[in-house]
Each structure stands twice: as structure tokens, then as C-alpha cells.
Ligand binder design. Structure first.
Ligand code: HEM
Length: 406
């Protein structure tokens, strides 16, 4: 922007030309306006970060707080509650400092490589079962509805030791608690209450008959001071895992498959060389141009980012997707390179709140991709790429459906 030009204020999220394409503005903003003024769906203003270094710095700096309920913080959505980021969903667990760190350690120590390897056959079995149904109904099918949406919620049920017969209720609760725009306030409150009541009695039952699951372990685990998690924290943890791990993974399964099929050379490369599955999953996470709005943060003191000053009271939107296309970090950033390594993308965030379930998410994505390559090598999109439609709601993004045939 030249001197004397009025400072532009962009509408956020910035519209994209096509479902799988990034908005051209990302490149321009990274180059010329790394701290851009944007108007959120609520009408409130925020500052948008698009450079890799800036996004990483903001996510790693505790002065950039997740507390969007702070007085003066921008509201994200236009719904009354301000969306999931401003709702009490995020208040039930310690959000910062020692309390958060302790909670994170207790939950995080369950997600070991050994445990992920042990979970993988069960995840592949779930993928097979879901594909059996899809194949039985015949093509075309919506891969998101048939596989992407149910698989992660079934996996979270495994984590919580929830019986198979309750999986569909979990899927409904999860959908309702996250999609604040699709359901009415009453339905959301009812789902939240029903979910909390279910988990409460489920925890009670686990206490007397623990299983080999994360929840059973958390019930008996103690932190560094020898303290156990309260029942309220256990319920909130179950809810956090569902809200954080369901739709994100469901969305990514759909995006990943759509990106791979949108250029069949990618799919064929994977069919020919399965050793690429791991790096292909990482590249799909980096390349995803459609992961919702990014992460909002609020600063209550004057702060600097790169060479820019941010005033106290600013809400910052960190676009990891724009950062993941930054040519300063990724060579040929606009190409989807299935063998890219290293790949230090920011799809799982960074810093104290970075995704606690990322090892599980990776395992799920790798398992799904492997099973799909084995079962349906002839898989292709059933519509033209141009016909794919984005989810316009907040905050996870993704595609509305992924029509496929085989
Ligand atoms: C592809 C799938 C996923 C993506 C892209 C993703 C992305 C993210 C991101 C960006 C954050 C950072 C939030 C912030 O800094 O405010 C996050 C946090 C978190 N994620 Fe994930 N996630 C995924 C799957 C999962 C799964 C499967 C689980 C567990 C079942 C999970 C559990 C969590 C939790 C508990 C947090 C909060 C961590 C904290 O506050 O310390 N996520 N995730």
C-alpha cells in the first residue's frame, strides 16, 4: 500500500475463487501487508496475520491469549454467543499458566507413539466397516458423510471407553455443540446438558470398572502434586476431546481425499508408492486452503509482531493456512509435493496450546488413506473440481461433501 492510500479493511474470511484454491490475497498480504485490518462476520474488527514467522510467534507468545471472552475482544461469529471461541466451551478447562500445563501433561501423556500404533488396527477396522456400507450402497457416494464424519467420532468413543451402541448419539452431540449456526440455542443447550449428564454417569461407571482407555487412565492419574482431576474437569476433558477432535479430523479426511483426487497424478503416485502415505498426509495438512478461519488471539497489552506494533485490546486472527503457503519457509509452496520433507506446517497450531491430539489425527489420516488406497484404487471425484462446495460456517471450514465414485 502506498503512502496516502486509505488503509483497506478486508472482509474476513476472505472469499476464495474455488473450493480447493487459496484466496489470491494471501500472497499479496504476506508480501505487502502482513498485519492486515479485517472485519469479522460479527462486524467487529481484527488484525490478520498471514506470514509464517508472525503466525508462529503469535501462537507461541503467552501475551496472545485465547481468552476471547475478555471485555473488548472481538466477537467472531454474528450469532449472539459470538461462536465457539467466545462460548463457555473454552472456559471449562484451565486455559493458561500452570493449571493448563498440568492438565495438558496429564492428558498428553496418553498420546504416545506406542499407543497410537496400538490404536491403528482398530482405526483401520472402523474405516473398513464404514467403506463396506459405502460400497454396498454403490457409487456415487459422499465420502465425507460415509467415512470422514463418523470415523473420528467412533475413534473418540474408543478413547473414552464409550460402547459402540452410543456412537451415533456422540456424533449428534458433537455436531450440535460445534455448529452454533446450524442449531437453535435450545437444541445446543439440550445437547450440552445431555452430553454432560452422559459423561458424568459414564465416569462413575468407569470408576468401579475401569477399562483400557484414556478416560479410565485420567480417573486414576495424578499430576506432579499428587492431585487427581475433578469430575467436572473429567467431563470438560471429554467434551474438549470431542469438540477439538471430531469435526477437525472429519473435515481434513474430506479435504485430503479431495485434494489427492483433484489431480489424479497424486493418487496414482500414492498407489505406486505407499511409503509416501506419511509425508502425503503432512502435505495435505499444509496444503489445505480451506481450514476455516484460523486461530483468534487477544492481547491486553501493547505488543509487537515482526516489525509491527499491535495496540492493547487488539484481536488477532492467525491464518495458519496462509502461513503454510509462505515461500519464505516452503520451497514451491504453491505445489502439493507428496514427498515434502521436512514439512514444518502450522496446521496443528504452535506453542502452549498446539494440538494435543495431533499424533492421533495423523494416525487416523494415515489409516484412512491406506485403507482407501487398498480398497478403492479406482477412486475418483464424481463431480468436476469446480463443483466442490465449501462449508461457509465457522470455525472449521472444509468441503460440504466429497462426491466420489470408483
Ligand atoms: C486434522 C485434525 C486436527 C486438526 C487440524 C487440529 C488442529 C488443532 C489446532 C490448530 C489446535 C490449537 C488451538 C489453539 O491454539 O487455540 C488444536 C488444539 C487441540 N486439539 Fe486438535 N486438531 C485435530 C485433531 C485433534 C484430535 C483428533 C484431538 C483429540 C481427540 C485433538 C485435540 C485437541 C486438543 C485437546 C486441543 C487443545 C490443546 C490445548 O489447549 O492445550 N485435536 N487442534
Amino acid at each position: 500500500m502506498g503512502a496516502g492510500e486509505p488503509e483497506e479493511v478486508l472482509d474476513y474470511p476472505i472469499p476464495s475463487p474455488a473450493a480447493l484454491e487459496p484466496p489470491p490475497e494471501w500472497a499479496r498480504l504476506r508480501d505487502r501487508c502482513p498485519v492486515a485490518r479485517v472485519t469479522l462476520p460479527s462486524g467487529d474488527e481484527a488484525s490478520l496475520l498471514t506470514r509464517y514467522a508472525d503466525v508462529k510467534q503469535a501462537l507461541s507468545d503467552p501475551r496472545f491469549s485465547r481468552r476471547l471472552t475478555a471485555k473488548g475482544a472481538a466477537r467472531i461469529a454474528d450469532s449472539e454467543s459470538g461462536g465457539v471461541f467466545s462460548s463457555d466451551t473454552t472456559d471449562a478447562l484451565p486455559q493458561s499458566g500452570q493449571g493448563h500445563l498440568k492438565w495438558r501433561r496429564m492428558v498428553g501423556r496418553w498420546f504416545t507413539a506406542k499407543r497410537m500404533a496400538a490404536l491403528r488396527p482398530g482405526i483401520e477396522e472402523i474405516a473398513h466397516r464404514l467403506l463396506d456400507d459405502m460400497v454396498k450402497s454403490g457409487p456415487p457416494a459422499d465420502l465425507k458423510a460415509g467415512l470422514g464424519f463418523p470415523l473420528p467420532v467412533w475413534v473418540i468413543c474408543t478413547l473414552l471407553g464409550v460402547p459402540d451402541s452410543d456412537r451415533d448419539r456422540f456424533a449428534y452431540w458433537s455436531d450440535t455443540m460445534l455448529n452454533l449456526t446450524r442449531y437453535g440455542d435450545d437444541e445446543i443447550s439440550q445437547a450440552q446438558a445431555a452430553f454432560a449428564a452422559y459423561l458424568g454417569s459414564h465416569i462413575e461407571a468407569k470408576r468401579s470398572a475401569p477399562g483400557d482407555d484414556l478416560l479410565s487412565e485420567l480417573i486414576t492419574a495424578t499430576d506432579s502434586d499428587g492431585e487427581r482431576l475433578s469430575d467436572a474437569t473429567l467431563v470438560a476433558t471429554g467434551k474438549a476431546l470431542l469438540v477439538a477432535g471430531h469435526e477437525t479430523t472429519a473435515t481434513m479426511i474430506g479435504e485430503m481425499v479431495a485434494m489427492l483426487l483433484s489431480d489424479r497424478r497424486r493418487w496414482k503416485r500414492l498407489l505406486a508408492d505407499r511409503s509416501l502415505v506419511r509425508t502425503a498426509v503432512e502435505e495435505a495438512l499444509r496444503f489445505d486452503a480451506n481450514p476455516g478461519i484460523g486461530l483468534p488471539r487477544y492481547i491486553s497489552e501493547d505488543t509487537e509482531i515482526g516489525e509491527h506494533s499491535l495496540a492493547a485490546g487488539t484481536t488477532v486472527m492467525c491464518s495458519m493456512a496462509a502461513a503454510n503457503r509462505d515461500v519464505a519457509v516452503f520451497a514451491n509452496a504453491a505445489d502439493m509435493d507428496l514427498g515434502r520433507s521436512p514439512n514444518t506446517h502450522l496446521a496443528f497450531g504452535s506453542g502452549a496450546h498446539s494440538c494435543l491430539g495431533q499424533a492421533l489425527a495423523r494416525t487416523e489420516l494415515q489409516a484412512v488413506l491406506t485403507v482407501l488406497l487398498d480398497r478403492l484404487p479406482s477412486l475418483e471425484l464424481a463431480v468436476d473440481v469446480a463443483e466442490l462446495r465449501r462449508v461457509e460456517g465457522l470455525p472449521v471450514g472444509g468441503l460440504r461433501e466429497v462426491p466420489v465414485r470408483w
